[in-house]
Structures are given as structure tokens and as C-alpha cells.
Design a protein around this ligand. Structure first.
Ligand code: AMP
Ligand code: MN
Ligand code: MN
Length: 321
């Protein structure tokens, strides 16, 4: 499939590289690394996300330089759109409006990918999309410098939880080893992302813990973050901290869920599992997607308690089977 992707790249003059809404580290890393790689390969290329980049990624200024918003790219005469780290077309937001009459290539690692491109390179065994981009750049003969290696490393680091999640396989360490030898700087990334927590996040965490509930002998832990709670600490919805990882880390918890209100009465539901439960199936059931150990969906509700019970009852029932 990688050869099909390269054929599409060689046929195109101008390329748009797009990522998903509610961007994460792997998404921005994949876009930025592919944009930089294709620039070095001699293409006219622009990166885009139809959403704001969260504050914790703003520490990496190269991202702002390489990734534009929708208004900036909507009139770009790209003949090829490469979509990275997105499992379905709705995940790219309004960038979907640009699909007509263009070739679409999808590069992704979600098992739930709908293969919505003309060419789909989907490898669910890859811990991150950033590693697929690394493979592609190398195959194109792109020379890695410190800046490119570091930004490419970002996606591998964040999607593996800094090299500790169950997706952290030998390929991760092989790729990371190469990226570090090319000048990739892990401590620059860890400092920017992990050692930079706003104090407001910790204050909000106190309120989040007050709303914490359990089900199934405390195997399911769940809570929510409302717009009012964010407002209390002056936190923007795009900067909602990823508390779901904190819940999963609790002893005995198999499934952790945080319902994050990001628009009035619209909840992005973030799910994580520890050892055996498949949360991607739950995400698919509720109209989202993701991986076995990390998945999500968005749902409208004017009653958060009811939504939480609906989702956790569904999970509790699945656990019994
Ligand atoms: P999150 O909990 O937002 O960090 O997402 C966990 C994983 O699920 C990531 O791989 C996301 O790409 C995926 N995911 C989250 N929300 C959705 C959605 N609405 N549709 C498809 N995939 C999603
Ligand atoms: Mn992602
Ligand atoms: Mn990813």
C-alpha cells in the first residue's frame, strides 16, 4: 500500500495534508512531519486541521508554522489530499467539503477505519500514525534533521503514553532509536508536554473527582467535565485535561470514561481500558471509533447523568458476557 501512496504523491503537484478535529499529539506530529517531508521531497504542500490546536501543544512552535486552519486552505488548489490519523471522513470536519474532484489518500492506524480514500494505508499494528509517516518519508529518501526527527517523535511518544501503553512494541523502539539517532529530542517533548501542567488543571481535577462514580465492583470508573466546571477555572474546552488516564490508573479499574462537554450539551466521551475490555466496540456502537484500549465518540445530551448511565450500563452488560 505504501507504494500506492507514493504513486499518488508523485502524480500530484500540490498536496494538502489534513488531520482530525480535536487534534492530539499523533495527529499534529503526523501532519507536520509529512508536510516537512514532502517539502524536502520537492512538493508544494500545506497542512491543515479544521479545529484549534490544544494549549499543551502550543509549546512546539513548528506546529503553528506548518498547520493552517480551514479558512486558510479552503481555496488551495491541491490535487491530492492526504488524511492522517482519522478513521472516518466526519473526523476531518469541513475539510470534507474539499474532497470533490480530488484524489484522497488515507494514512491511519485505527482498526475502525472506514477506508474512505481512493488509497487507504491503514495499519492497525502501528502504535502511531507518526510511525507510518516516518516509514513513508524514509522511503521517499527524505533526509532527517533534528527538527523533523523531534516533531516526528512527538506522535510516537504521545500515542504510546510515552512508551508505556500496550501498543508499545519492538517497532516503536526501532523507530524511536532511529529518530533519536537523527537528532530527535525526547526531553524537549516530555518537558513541553508532561512538565508543563497549568495549576488550574489540578484544581479542576478536585471537582472531577467529586463527581467520580463506579460500577461493577469498581471495574468501571466514570465522571464528567461540564462547560460550567471549565469556566470556573477559566479553562477553554480545547484545553480540557486528559483526566481519563488518571481514572484508568486507579487500582482495579478496567474501564475509565470521562464525558467532556465541549459545546453546550455535546459531550466528547473519552474511554480507556487497562487489560482486556474492548472500548473501540463501545465507541463504534455510539457512533465513534478508536482503538481497543483508547476510543471515543461525541453525543448530544441535555442530561449528563442519563447519558453516563446509558453508556456505563452498556459497558457493564458487555463485561458480563
Ligand atoms: P480520545 O479519548 O479523544 O483521546 O480518543 C481516543 C481514541 O479514539 C483516539 O485514537 C481517537 O482518534 C479515537 N476517537 C475519539 N473520538 C472519536 C470519534 N468521535 N470518532 C472516531 N474516533 C474517535
Ligand atoms: Mn489522533
Ligand atoms: Mn493516532
Amino acid at each position: 500500500m505504501i507504494d500506492e501512496v507514493i504513486k499518488e504523491i508523485n502524480r500530484a503537484d500540490t498536496i494538502l495534508v489534513a488531520g482530525h478535529i480535536m487534534p492530539d499529539g499523533d495527529d499534529v506530529s503526523s501532519i507536520c512531519s509529512l508536510v516537512m517531508g514532502l517539502e524536502k521531497y520537492g512538493k508544494k504542500v500545506i497542512g491543515a486541521i479544521d479545529d484549534e490546536i490544544p494549549g499543551y501543544l502550543e509549546e512546539l512552535p513548528i506546529l503553528k508554522e506548518k498547520i493552517r486552519d480551514f479558512d486558510c486552505v479552503k481555496n488551495t488548489p491541491a490535487d491530492l489530499i492526504i488524511i492522517v490519523d482519522a478513521s472516518s471522513p466526519d473526523r476531518v470536519g469541513r475539510i470534507q467539503e474539499l474532497f470533490e474532484y480530488k484524489r484522497i489518500v488515507v494514512i491511519d492506524h485505527h482498526a475502525t477505519n472506514l477506508n474512505f480514500g481512493h488509497v487507504n494505508w491503514v495499519d492497525a499494528t502501528s502504535a502511531s500514525t507518526a510511525q507510518l509517516v516516518f516509514k513513508l518519508n524514509q522511503k521517499l529518501g527524505v533526509k532527517y534533521d533534528e527538527e523533523l526527527a523531534t516533531i516526528n517523535l512527538l506522535g510516537v511518544a504521545t500515542d504510546t503514553g510515552f512508551f508505556k501503553y500496550s501498543n508499545t512494541n519492538a517497532q516503536v523502539f526501532e523507530d524511536v532509536s532511529k529518530l533519536v539517532s537523527f537528532g530527535g529530542n525526547i526531553s524537549y517533548i516530555t518537558n513541553a508536554i508532561l512538565e508543563n501542567k497549568p495549576i488550574e488543571n489540578v484544581l479542576l481535577f478536585k471537582d472531577v473527582i467529586e463527581n467520580l462514580k463506579f460500577k461493577k465492583d469498581k471495574k468501571i470508573a466514570y465522571t464528567y467535565v461540564s462547560l460550567d466546571m471549565l469556566k470556573k477555572y477559566n479553562i477553554l474546552p480545547k484545553n480540557t485535561p486528559p483526566f481519563v488516564g488518571d481514572l484508568r490508573s486507579l487500582k482495579g479499574v478496567e474501564v475509565a470514561i470521562v464525558f467532556n462537554e465541549h459545546e453546550k450539551n455535546v459531550f466528547h466521551t473519552s474511554m480507556r481500558s487497562k487489560k482486556y475490555f474492548d472500548v473501540s466496540e463501545v465507541a463504534l456502537h455510539f457512533g465513534g471509533g478508536g482503538h481497543v484500549r483508547a476510543a471515543g465518540f461525541s453525543k448530544e445530551s441535555d442530561n449528563i447523568e442519563k447519558l453516563m448511565e446509558e453508556v456505563t450500563d452498556y459497558i457493564a452488560e458487555k463485561m458480563e458476557k
